[in-house]
Design a protein. Structure first.
Length: 582
């Protein structure tokens, strides 16, 4: 139950609703327990003695109790829903906020499909458990104890039936719970897999259609869907036996009570009303047991979901600030000191090996290398998306691990090759990092990214709505919007991670010229595949298999680096000239 304890603090704001719900249920149960006794009075005293006053008086009390039961039962349901919905909303919001604080390595481990399931289906399962508990946690035990007590008071002889029925029901429920708990965990894991397949397919639908892989993806989804169905069937099949077996015990108890009660009535040891009342208490007791079995079954399912939710909430960010140093004025002096980096689980095969260099304020540092050489991994270490394995990175002489997140992240702007645009207008996407930016500032950033002209050509201009993931924009247009978004925050350090790969060479040259003209004091890191984008850089880093094999200006590298010269000559042969023309 550790996972449920983790979630308990989120229940405290709704504790009054949680207290009122069971309190209402106490009155409803009390009324339910009184009704059989009133029926006994009507039969044994009113009808048997032909006393209509007793019948009328007891009947009125039955109506009053029934109406009170409806009111208190309805109140219990309302309070339970309010508490459960509020609790679920807070847990979901807490999970979302916590996910925002996790590092990339945490998110890689949890996976997007699994997080979606935990934020939606798992939280819903817990909410349903809370609603059921608030309604049944008082009703079932009180009805069980009260019904059993009243049954003993009504007929001690017939009450011996409970000694045979209750152990049978308890054993059945215990076996079902023991077997169903691991099955419900597997159900949620299968749902994770299904969500992952669905998310990948929807995100990559254009690739699927381009390669005519629709049938394959349908088969892949079908396999995940069938696996979920089979696991659900296995879990439900295990719990499905509970109700029939409890009903068997209930019907057996009624048959036994009627038979033994009939014998006692014949011998004058029992009255008809007494037998009717006992059967009602027997029914209430065994129904309470059935309700408890349902609660325990749901607890097993809810505990499985609660464990998965608590795993997210208890996940500690892999990147933790070791200090909170704030720099009054960041200058942009970045230094790598013997940096080695490995992704989690691949420690034996570092992505970057013993990297050392520095970028002075206002310098442009270009990073070249073959695919898989570690270029993107290198620039992702600067804003601490990942932490270095060995060595250190400093900003203005301070280890970035000791800088506050506000100082570090607010000083860095990034535009990645894989652009992420959000639902909303173009204006909203550009000012994502600075919601308070003025119209003039937004347009200035767009002009610097060479995006203003194409935006103005759109029917609604800056108010044009961006389709889901930017589907109504070309790759180059999306990249220019990403650059504008990075420029708008006026970062001291600007990172362009192959962010002009979908832009033509002439536009790329204009973007570089605009950066030089309008952001001369900015330290820039440019990851590029084209030599034309880096010829004028103050420093060019050449990576090969994660190692820094050369660094210097274009002229220096042409003389000293065979790797750089090979890249340059191969691109010149393809007609890509240094002036940005072809």
């Amino acid at each position: 139950m550790h996972s449920l304890q983790v979630l308990f603090p989120y229940f405290k704001p709704y504790r009054w609703w949680a207290l009122l719900a069971p309190l209402c249920m106490v009155f409803e149960v009390a009324g339910d327990l009184m009704l059989p006794r009133l029926v006994q009075t009507i039969v044994d005293q009113g009808i048997a003695n032909n006393d209509m006053n007793i019948v009328l008086h007891s009947g009125i009390w039955m109506v009053v109790l029934a109406m009170a039961g409806v009111a208190t039962g309805g109140g219990c349901g309302i309070f339970a829903v309010m508490a459960a919905q509020g609790f679920g909303s807070d847990v979901r919001e807490a999970m979302f906020r916590h996910v925002q604080s996790l590092s990339f390595s945490n998110l890689d481990e949890l996976e997007t499909g699994g997080l979606i399931t935990r934020l939606t289906n798992d939280v819903t399962q817990i909410m349903e458990l809370v609603m059921l508990l608030l309604r049944a946690i008082v009703r079932a035990p009180l009805l069980l104890i009260g019904g059993l007590t009243m049954a003993v008071i009504t007929s001690p002889r017939l009450a011996l039936l409970f000694f045979a029925l209750i152990p049978f029901v308890v054993v059945v429920v215990a076996i079902v719970i023991r077997r169903s708990y691991p099955l419900f965990i597997k159900v949620q894991e299968r749902l994770d897999s299904l969500n992952t397949v669905l998310q990948e397919n929807l995100a990559g639908v254009r690739v699927v259609k381009a390669f005519v892989r629709g049938p394959y993806e349908s088969q892949r989804f079908g396999s995940a869907n069938d696996a979920l169905m089979q696991q659900n069937i296995a879990a439900v099949r295990t719990t499905a036996v509970t109700m029939p077996l409890v009903m068997l015990a209930l019907n057996a108890g009624i048959v036994g009570a009627v038979w033994l009660g009939g014998v006692n009535i014949q011998h004058g040891d029992m009255q008809v009303g007494q037998l009717i009342a006992f059967n009602n208490y027997l029914l209430q007791t065994l129904m309470a047991l059935m309700m408890l079995s349902m609660v325990i079954t749901q607890v097993a399912r809810g505990e499985a979901s609660a464990r998965r939710v608590s795993e997210v909430l208890e996940t500690q960010p892999a990147i933790i600030n070791q200090g909170g140093t704030d720099l009054a004025a960041v200058k942009g002096h970045v230094r790598f000191e013997n940096v080695t980096f490995s992704y989690e689980g691949s420690e034996s095969d570092p992505v970057l090996k013993n990297i050392s260099f520095e970028a002075l304020p206002g310098q442009t540092v270009a990073i070249l290398g073959a695919t898989g050489s570690g270029k993107s991994s290198l620039v992702q270490l600067i804003p601490r998306f990942y932490d270095v394995t060995q060595g250190r990175i400093t900003l203005d002489g301070v280890d970035i691990k000791n800088l506050s997140e506000a100082t570090l992240r607010h000083s860095i702007g990034m535009a990645l090759q894989e652009v992420v645009l959000f639902s909303g207008s173009i204006r909203d996407n550009i000012r994502y990092g600075r919601p308070e930016a003025s119209k003039a500032e937004i347009e200035a950033a767009a002009r610097g990214a060479q995006a203003h002209e194409f935006i103005e050509r759109l029917p609604d201009g800056y108010d044009a709505v961006v389709g889901q993931r930017g589907v109504n924009l070309s790759g180059g247009q999306k990249q220019r919007l990403a650059i504008a978004r990075a420029l708008l925050i006026e970062p001291v350090v600007l990172i362009l991670d192959d962010s002009t790969s979908a832009v033509d060479v002439r536009t790329e040259a204009r973007i570089q010229a605009a950066l030089e003209a309008g952001h001369g004091g900015q330290t820039r890191f440019i990851v590029a595949q084209r030599i034309s984008a880096v010829l004028n850089a103050d420093k060019i880093l050449v990576l090969e298999d994660g190692a820094l094999v050369a660094q210097g200006t274009h002229e220096e590298l042409m003389e000293s680096s065979d790797v750089y010269r090979e890249i340059y000559e191969s691109q010149m042969e393809q007609g890509v000239l240094s002036d940005g023309s072809e």
